[in-house]
Design a protein around this ligand. Structure first.
Ligand code: PLP
Length: 350
């Protein structure tokens, strides 16, 4: 399936970014070697940079964020283990039940609208050790939680989860697909969110604007074991420096600018909140994800999405009446303003 050629403003995901000419130049000039043998200088440099950024000892370049989650789960858990995570988590909704398939794990879902939970929620989800129970093993946190609406986990909430998990000898994993959005939005060093976790990863292919890749970080011992799983999953690469160079470029040039995506998301949210029948609270939009409900317009999300596409705008369908617009490097303020106006005229044009 190819992307419809008429899409001018693509708000379907922050994965829609294409590498900039400067990023492509950095990729073309990358020093490369055999990554699988640990001999690619660009990959090694990227791993070091990300480990340092996240306050961890070591890191491992992987082809995707999904693989970062799955390698971490397989490394931390054994079959029969249970993972505690928010109901809205990507590992529950969007990874083909990989935790069950590869790790042999259950996931115990904490019901929370924003994807943010507390130490007490973790305590309530931990199983009493019994012959017949799954073994509670891992707590997974998504910073920010995609289907929770992109709200930033406050450090106090993270601290309470970390303390509760540690007091029950549970391991901690952070899905950091949008960790840098959280860091920029809250003016917090990424390591202040990430350093107390046993594993944490960054996605390069979302807001950071790279064509591919994620970097999983943790202790040296964890990364050594994770590297075995990387190989088992077929994720070991060869001259991967070409794509790691995009990551290095993004760490230098695409982090601070995430604030523009957040401002654009805010502008879009404020505009569409004025449209009769569309419901969202712009004050809840903290980063680059804008979820909204269209029920009162009398139209379904799918119908609106189709009509938007016919006018060159793509917005995601997240349910019968729920939609998601995501801002990123490839859309600017005038794009989100235009998308807001097109949506307004479609809704008034019953
Ligand atoms: C929170 C979250 N985790 C993991 C992923 C998976 O990342 P990837 O698409 O790089 O596999 C995504 C992708 O949308 C995500 O939003």
């Amino acid at each position: 399936m190819t992307k419809p050629g008429n899409i001018r403003i693509d708000l379907v995901s922050d994965t829609a970014t294409r590498p900039t000419p400067e990023m492509r130049r950095a990729m073309a000039q990358a020093e490369v070697g055999d990554e699988q043998r640990g001999e690619d200088p660009s990959v090694n440099a990227l791993n070091e940079r990300v480990a340092d950024l996240l306050g961890q000892e070591a890191a491992l370049f992987l082809p995707s964020g999904t693989m970062c989650n799955q390698v971490a789960i397989a490394t931390h858990c054994n079959p029969g283990d249970e993972i505690i995570a928010a109901e809205a988590s990507h590992i529950i909704s969007s990874e083909g039940a990989g935790a069950a398939v590869f790790g042999g794990c259950f996931i115990r879902a904490i019901p929370t609208r924003t994807g943010i939970f507390s130490g007490e929620d973790v305590a309530n989800a931990i199983r009493t050790a019994k012959l017949k129970s799954p073994r509670s093993r891992l707590v997974s946190v998504e910073q920010t939680c995609n289907r929770g609406g992109g709200a930033v986990w406050p450090r106090a909430a993270l601290k309470s989860v970390v303390e509760m998990a540690r007091s029950h000898q549970l391991v901690l994993h952070m899905d950091g697909a949008r960790l840098m959005n959280a860091a920029v939005a809250s003016r917090t060093d990424a390591r202040d969110f990430a350093a107390s976790f046993d594993s944490v990863w960054l996605d390069l292919s979302k807001g950071l604007g790279c064509p591919v890749g994620g970097v999983l970080a943790g202790s040296t011992g964890f990364i050594e074991k994770a590297n075995v799983w990387k190989h088992r999953f077929g994720g070991a690469m060869r001259q991967a420096g070409i794509i790691a160079a995009a990551g290095l470029y993004a760490l230098d040039h695409h982090i601070e600018r995430l604030a523009e995506d957040h401002d654009n998301a805010q502008a879009f949210a404020k505009r569409i909140a004025e449209i009769p029948g569309i419901f969202l609270d712009p004050s809840e939009i903290e980063t680059n994800l804008v979820f909204f409900d269209v029920k009162e317009t009398g139209r379904s999300a799918a119908d609106l999405a189709d009509h938007l596409i016919s006018q060159g705008v793509r917005i995601g369908v997240e349910g019968k009446t729920r939609m998601r617009a995501v801002t990123h490097l490839d859309v600017d303020r005038s794009d989100v303003e235009e998308a807001g106006e097109i949506l307004a005229s479609l809704v008034s044009d019953k």
